[in-house]
Design a protein around this ligand. Structure first.
Ligand SMILES: Cc1ncc(COP(=O)(O)O)c(C=O)c1O
Length: 353
């Protein structure tokens, strides 16, 4: 039996009672010929294009395009300045500093911990199992009456694997707080997104981003998909114009080019296989973990040595040697064929001494 999720039990009282900032663009939404309401420079911008007017606070056109692609109504979408903004807003909206706690399942994406620390929210760590899956018993034991959020990253960064769907569903069905499923790498995965389950689970927040498969990391556009009542909280807490006009315009243009993105995804997956095969030949490689993402986690006999060596060659990978359950590991992003070849060529000359 599923628990009944009640947002009023978990929202911070100050947020529940918050009267949000009302911008000029919130107060007048129609079309007019003269705008003298926002203290902008009416003459223009010292650029070839004008950016003198504040952008749409709700990034509505971007949401409509996302809605078409994802099959989720715009009212269930929040667009943030990267999904990192959505993570921070979750803490600020639902976690009382110094009182509440959240659960993370390391090894995982680092920002959940940083956001918890910034917001003075206690972090409970329930490590993944040896095969990088959820420790359901450990999570059940860690939950207490002040646990507001559980973060699950799937496919997981840095391990690359997807988390078992049934295990995530067990948590969704039994936890009275919010379950955040971070799907930054979902476009590379064989698993289905949880986005279709929003009608099933009122406590579900799915994070996605345009920074990875969509190739728009510099624009800082990330999404949270959730129930209308949760999205309404996001919208109240976010800064008034969190997505700038240039990002809105360019994101909108990019979202009309799904084919290019899908072609790249196929190519990256092929390149990932090629890279795995090539890496397997090195005797300093102990293991390559199965990946559902655009990176692979590689266990080696000397992660620090290989990392240093590659850095000297101008090739930067991510050293995860000091991360729990990732001893000896490097995380390697799949690059272009030329970049991957450069990596392999360099590794041929690595001497472990
Ligand atoms: C799992 C995960 N979530 C979120 C992000 C951040 O995404 P954004 O660029 O949308 O802030 C990253 C970036 O590395 C990530 O790995």
């Amino acid at each position: 039996m599923k628990i009944m999720f009640d947002i009023n039990k978990i929202i911070r009282p100050n947020i529940k009672n918050l009267k949000p900032y009302s911008s000029a663009r919130d107060e007048f939404k129609g079309d007019a010929s003269v705008y003298l309401d926002a203290n902008e420079n009416a003459f223009g911008s010292p650029l070839s294009q004008n950016y003198n007017r504040y952008p749409d606070p709700m990034a509505y056109d971007v949401k409509m395009e996302l809605s078409k692609i994802k099959g989720v109504p715009a009212r269930n979408i929040f667009v943030g300045n990267g999904s990192d903004e959505a993570i921070d807003i979750l803490f600020r909206s639902f976690c009382n500093p110094g009182i509440d706690n959240v659960i993370i399942v390391p090894p995982t994406y680092g920002m959940y911990e940083v956001s918890a620390n910034i917001n003075d929210v206690q972090l409970k760590r329930v490590n993944l199992t040896e095969d990088y899956q959820l420790n359901l018993e450990g999570i059940a034991e860690a939950i207490d009456k002040n646990t507001k959020l559980i973060f699950i990253c799937s496919p997981n960064n840095p391990t690359g694997n997807s988390i078992n769907r049934e295990d995530i569903e067990t948590i969704l069905a039994n936890f009275e707080g919010i379950v955040v499923i971070d799907e930054a790498y979902i476009n590379y995965s064989r698993q289905k997104s949880f986005i279709q389950e929003l009608t099933e689970y009122a406590n579900l927040v799915v994070l996605q981003t345009l920074s990875k498969a969509w190739g728009l990391a510099a624009l800082r556009v990330g999404m949270a998909y959730a129930s209308e009542e949760i999205i309404e909280v996001f919208n109240r807490v976010k800064p008034p114009y969190n997505i700038n006009e240039a990002s809105q315009k360019l994101a909108l243009e990019a979202l009309k080019n799904v084919k290019q993105v899908n072609d790249w995804i196929k190519e990256i997956l092929k390149e990932r296989d090629t890279l795995v095969l090539a890496l397997k030949n090195f005797d300093f490689v102990i293991d390559i973990y199965p990946s559902d993402a655009n990176f692979i986690l590689v266990k080696t006999i000397n992660a620090d040595g290989i990392y240093q060596y590659l850095t000297q060659q101008g090739i930067i990978v991510r050293n995860r040697n000091k991360v729990e359950l990732c001893e000896g590991c490097l995380r390697i992003t799949v690059g272009t064929p030329e970049e991957n070849q450069a990596l392999i060529n360099s590794l041929k000359n690595f001497k472990n001494d």
